[in-house]
Design a protein around this ligand. Structure first.
Ligand code: NAP
Length: 485
């Protein structure tokens, strides 16, 4: 391990500017999914510690909100530089707890820095309005203010960048934060505490708590001092949190599950489609919310596409994320492997044919072979369920209308992709797909400049782009009367 990596691996929580343990003294083991070995522990905190973190954030908010946007932007730029100066160490930490390849982890850390820089800039452009008044002696102003203390709950699959998309706009607008990283990957979240402390964010502006998801979540949802809850994770938990925040009527942002379709039409560039398919399916071992869950391929190109995809999947190098040349790391845990096995079993029973992979990898543990299944049908479970693993089911379709209808036949609406060489079709399909993100002849489309977020049960709100700052702001209407004009 790099020396700097151990510097960022804090086995404590960051509350009110201090590194502390749980009141109970209890901790949670953090396991490296590539080896099954414990790499460290983090505090198992609960409601009391979370409440203290919220109160610290509320105290810090009183002065932080009064700082200038320019001052906050300067600190965020320092934070960006600190992340980039420590990119290798932060990436190693991420790989050790999450499993993804070091190259992907470096990419994620770079993306985190990019979000911070983007919001350093966007925070200086939070404009209000002066509205023409219907009264001669009054003037109307519309101003924007930070919402206050925000609670941020993040998942294990992108433990650094999911927090960046929340802390970036929160800090830029003058909000303060209490973050709860996922229990399986808490170190990348806690590293934000180290970074924020070292670049000089005032005490209490950023607080990071690990431990019981239920207890921390309940305090974040129910405490009236928290004015916004931003969550990235499963639709199941997201729905529950929306209900729990109703009691104190908080703003909510929800980045939830996906069931991405990937459509390939007969007129597509096959090479490009296969390249996009590999990226959109196997990145992070298929464990991303925007990973393709269902491939729909038109009859005329179906056999060639399946053959090429299977050949490419067979070539992927599976191994521990820190090994040179690894393209696919392990799955997060054995439960994830069991789910993948179940879905493959279900597909086999219903007539699907495994044309690549299909089983646990010879490396053992939670390593799994990159898999392709042909002859997929809507009766199979992955038509409706998120796979979250390296399995590519390929469905066959005949017409454009059929493809759009199959693609939309899900409660989710996060990302979708399609490949065609026909411009008219590109517009028809793009307009027909009910998704928040659409890749046309592209398999990887996330970037800080664009709004990321799902429709339907995939979420509420946007992260990234200029839209990503709105949810951290309250709009205030001010009427100034008696001007004697
Ligand atoms: P998850 O089980 O919903 O967990 C996400 C976070 O919620 C974790 O920090 C977890 O804590 C916490 N949590 C669990 N139960 C909670 C409760 N009762 N109250 C408050 N917090 C609670 O999701 P995951 O398995 O980590 O992540 C995978 C899911 O995230 C997939 O569905 C994926 O599609 C989605 N995702 C969406 C996006 C997006 O941008 N739309 C991005 C990435 C991932 P513990 O770890 O302590 O249990």
């Amino acid at each position: 391990m790099l020396q700097k990596t151990s510097h960022f691996m804090r086995q404590a929580n960051f509350i009110d500017g201090a590194w502390v343990g749980a009141d109970s003294g209890k901790s949670i083991d953090v396991v490296n999914p590539a080896t099954g070995l414990t790499i460290g522990t983090v505090p198992r905190c609960g409601r009391a510690e979370t409440r203290r973190a919220i109160e610290a954030a509320e105290r810090a908010f009183r002065s932080w909100k009064k700082t200038s946007a320019d001052h906050r932007a300067k600190l965020l730029r320092k934070l960006h530089d600190a992340i980039m100066d420590n990119q290798d160490a932060l990436a190693e930490l991420l790989t050790l707890e999450q499993g993804k390849s070091f190259a992907e982890a470096k990419g994620e850390v770079g993306m985190s820095a990019a979000y911070v820089l983007w919001y350093a800039e966007e925070g200086r452009r939070v404009y209000g309005d002066v509205v023409p008044s219907p009264w001669a002696d009054r003037r109307i102003l519309v101003t924007k203010e930070p919402v206050g203390v925000i609670g941020a709950v993040t998942p294990w699959n992108f433990p650094s960048s999911m927090l960046a998309r929340k802390l970036g706009p929160a800090l830029a607008t003058g909000c303060t934060a209490v973050a709860k990283p996922a229990s399986q990957t808490p170190f990348s979240g806690l590293a934000w505490g180290v970074l924020c402390e070292e670049v000089g964010f005032p005490r209490g502006v950023v607080n990071i708590v690990t431990g019981s998801a239920g207890e921390i979540g309940d305090e974040l949802c129910e405490n009236p001092l928290v004015r916004k809850l931003t969550f990235t994770g499963s639709t199941e938990i997201g729905k529950m949190l929306i209900q729990k925040t109703a009691g104190t009527v908080k703003k909510v942002s929800m980045e939830l599950g996906g069931n991405a379709p990937f459509l390939v039409f007969d007129d597509a560039d096959l090479d490009r489609a296969v390249e996009g398919a590999m990226a959109a399916k196997y990145r992070n071992s298929g464990q991303t919310c925007v990973c393709t869950n269902r491939f729909f391929v038109q009859a005329g190109i179906y056999d060639r596409f399946v053959e090429r995809l299977a050949a490419e999947a067979d070539k992927l190098r599976v191994g521990p994320g820190m090994d040179e040349g690894t393209q696919q790391g392990p799955l997060i845990d054995d439960k994830a492997v069991e789910k993948v096995e179940e879905l493959i079993g279900d597909a086999r029973e219903k007539g699907g044919k495994v044309v690549a992979g299909g089983a646990r990898h010879a490396l053992g543990g939670s390593f799994f072979q990159p898999t392709v299944i042909s002859g997929a049908t809507p009766a199979m479970r992955f038509m409706q369920e998120e796979i979250f693993g390296p399995v590519a089911p390929v469905f066959r379709f005949e017409t454009e209308e059929e493809a759009i209808s199959l693609a939309n036949d899900t409660v989710f609406g996060l990302a979708c992709y399609f490949y065609t060489g026909d411009l008219g079709r590109a517009f028809r399909v793009m307009e027909g797909l009910k998704y928040g993100l659409v890749g046309v002849n592209e398999g990887i489309i996330t970037t800080v400049e664009a709004p990321f977020g799902g429709l339907k049960e995939s979420g509420i709100g946007k992260e990234g782009g200029h839209q990503g700052i709105e949810d951290y702001l309250d709009t205030k209407y001010v009427c100034i009367g008696g001007l004697g004009l």
